[in-house]
Structure formats: C-alpha cells, structure tokens
Design a binder for this molecule. Structure first.
Ligand code: S6P
Ligand code: ZN
Length: 192
C-alpha cells in the first residue's frame, strides 16, 4: 500500500442532511461574527456599529472528519446569514489558496454568489441550489448571500490547498456586491 507522511482517514460514508445543512460524523465547526470581518466591508463605520450592536453571527462552517492535509479531500458546508451592512451584502472573509489548487462549491439552499478574483479580472457566478461553482487554481474567492434566507453551499477542496486571508485584505476581490433597487449592484472595490 502507498506510504503517506500523514495517516490517511479510512474509507467512510458521510451523512449529508440537506435540510439542516450538516455533515455527520462532524468535524470542526467555525463561527464567524461581524468582529471577525474587520477591514473587509466598504463602510468601516457601519461595520463597527454592527459589532457594537450585538456582533451578530455572519456565517458558520461545518466540516466532515476529513482533515485539511495534503492528498485528502475535505468537505465543508458554509451557511451565510442574510443581511447587509451599509448596503453591502453579508459575505465570507474570502481567501486565496496559496498552493493554487481548484475547488468546487455546490449550492444547497438560498440565493448567493461566488465572487472570484485573479488579481486582474473578477468573475461572479450566481449560486442557487444545484449550481456547481468552479474555482480554478489561482482565483481568490468570496461567497455572498444576496437573498432573504440563509445561503448554504457545500465546498470540496484539496486538503493541502491552505488558506491565505491576507491576500484578500491586500488585493481585494475586484468588486463589491451591494443591494440595489433591482437586486444586486456591482461596484469597484474602492468605489464609495
Ligand atoms: C475552503 C472553502 C470554504 C470557505 C468557507 C468560509 O477552501 O472555500 O469552506 O473556507 O466558505 O470562507 P472563508 O473565506 O472565511 O474561509
Ligand atoms: Zn477556498
């Protein structure tokens, strides 16, 4: 049998509960509140006011037991709550995979979008239940809830991909996703 530097997980089945947006057996769960999104919203004053006003949970990420190590294929379900801060839809922090590896998202519930940026060009993919969004290697990505209900999606990604959040703080994601009169309004990253 192939020898690995880390102990591989055994073959297993993972129960996916679509209604509850959970995986079991369950691995680590991550909860990100508004205070965890410092420096990411266009309007820093509105962000600070939201932190002071109860610091709401913006999104949570549940994972299976497959670890984030090289050659494994971890999965997670992210659920973003509906909301806006100074018209900007609630969103994930966004990250780049430093090892430039691809990833797929499958829309599970609600209405959202996948914003991707390669440092020059930005791309937006509408996500509804059943949509598979493909993130090519080298594209930083952020998810956005553009609806009135929680938006959930399943992510499957290479365990050795890594997560670089500083890249997004430094380079942004090309565009911002704001609530407009007829739905979504795209503006430049530094536009006010
Ligand atoms: C991991 C994958 C997702 C995100 C999750 C939260 O590669 O893209 O599981 O980690 O949606 O987003 P973020 O930007 O806070 O990691
Ligand atoms: Zn990712």
């Amino acid at each position: 049998m192939t020898q690995y530097s880390t102990v591989p997980v055994p073959p297993m089945s993972i129960h996916f509960d679509q209604a509850a947006a959970t995986l079991s057996p369950e691995g680590p769960t991550l909860t990100r509140r508004m205070s965890d999104l410092e420096g990411l919203f266009r309007d820093a004053d509105a962000w600070a006011a939201a932190v002071a006003d109860g610091d709401p949970i913006v999104y949570s990420v549940v994972s299976s037991l497959v670890p984030e190590v090289d050659r494994e294929l971890p999965q997670s379900i992210t659920t973003i709550q509906p909301g806006t801060t100074a018209e900007e839809f609630w969103m994930t922090k966004g990250h780049q995979h430093p090892n430039h590896q691809g990833e797929i998202y499958l829309g599970l519930a609600g209405t959202g979008g996948l914003l991707m940026f390669d440092g020059t060009e930005s791309q937006w993919v509408d996500m509804i239940p059943g949509t598979i969004g493909y993130i090519p290697p080298g594209w930083a990505h952020r998810s956005v809830n553009i609806g009135d209900e929680p938006y959930s999606f399943l992510a499957v990604y290479p365990g050795g991909a890594g997560h670089d959040y500083g890249w997004v703080l430094e380079h942004g994601l090309g565009r911002r996703i704001l609530a407009g009169e007829s739905g979504v309004r795209f503006v430049g990253y530094s536009e006010r």
